[in-house]
Write a protein of this length. Structure first.
Length: 233
């Protein structure tokens, strides 16, 4: 999937979860009173304009937005006027406090509109918040895929060891190779198989514990007395 973010110069061309390429075009956030002189992908060096937009809309009502923001009509939109109201790209008219409060969550998710839940891909006033939420997603993706890579490497190494040994762990090998399990192999499951194999190898070094070794390989329960024997090895 493509990255869901964009800017006034076009959509991000990287894949979702990858680091976004910072836009090198000049920032387009400007009005008659203020102008950002940074690159589009950088943090803006201006604050929102506090002057009201002076445009007269097609409905013949005054614009309710601040200067330089997307225009909207408070009367035609049938909304309760509030502090720092703005029209988002999804056409919803909300306050910035509503947007920030909705996205103040411990869940890692993309920045969303509080009314329609659509992704807010770009807004100059919310640029830092949008970028930070996406960075959290990137960090989570790095952890997830890094964990999966380590899990795959551990699984591969254990399979090699089991196949080099003998056919004692046929069922475990089937599970590691995929088999018909409905859910993916978890790190806990893999740790259990690794522990089983380690115990099996330790027991196999002692001829009088060969029966116990085969019981471990078969996944059978071991009595407390037998565990005492293992601890004495």
């Amino acid at each position: 999937q493509k990255c869901p973010l964009s800017c006034p110069h076009g959509p991000c061309k990287t894949k979702c979860g990858d680091e976004c390429r910072s836009c090198k075009e000049k920032c387009s956030w400007k009005c008659d009173h203020k102008k950002c002189t940074k690159k589009c992908g950088s943090k803006c060096n201006r604050i929102p304009c506090e002057e009201k937009c002076v445009k007269l809309l097609e409905c013949r009502h005054k614009c309710g937005a601040f200067c330089g923001d997307l225009c909207f009509c408070v009367i035609c939109s049938d909304i309760t006027p509030g502090h720092s109201m703005a029209r988002l790209e999804c056409e919803c008219i909300v306050s910035f406090d509503q947007v920030k409060n909705m996205n103040l969550t411990e869940c890692v998710s993309i920045f969303q509109c509080p009314r329609c839940s659509q992704t807010i891909r770009y807004n100059p006033f919310l640029k830092e918040e949008i970028n930070n939420s996406y960075k959290n997603i990137q960090n989570l993706a790095d952890i997830f895929f890094g964990h999966n890579l380590k899990l795959a490497e551990r699984k591969k190494n254990l399979l090699v060891q089991l196949e080099e040994d003998d056919t004692s762990f046929i069922q475990v090998i089937k599970v590691l190779e995929g088999g018909h399990q409905k859910t993916p192999l978890s790190s806990t499951d893999l740790s259990m198989f690794e522990a089983m194999f380690s115990v099996y190898l330790a027991l196999s070094k002692h001829s009088h514990l060969s029966t116990l070794a085969q019981a471990v390989a078969a996944g059978n329960m071991i009595s407390a007395g037998r565990i005492g024997e293992i601890l004495q090895i």
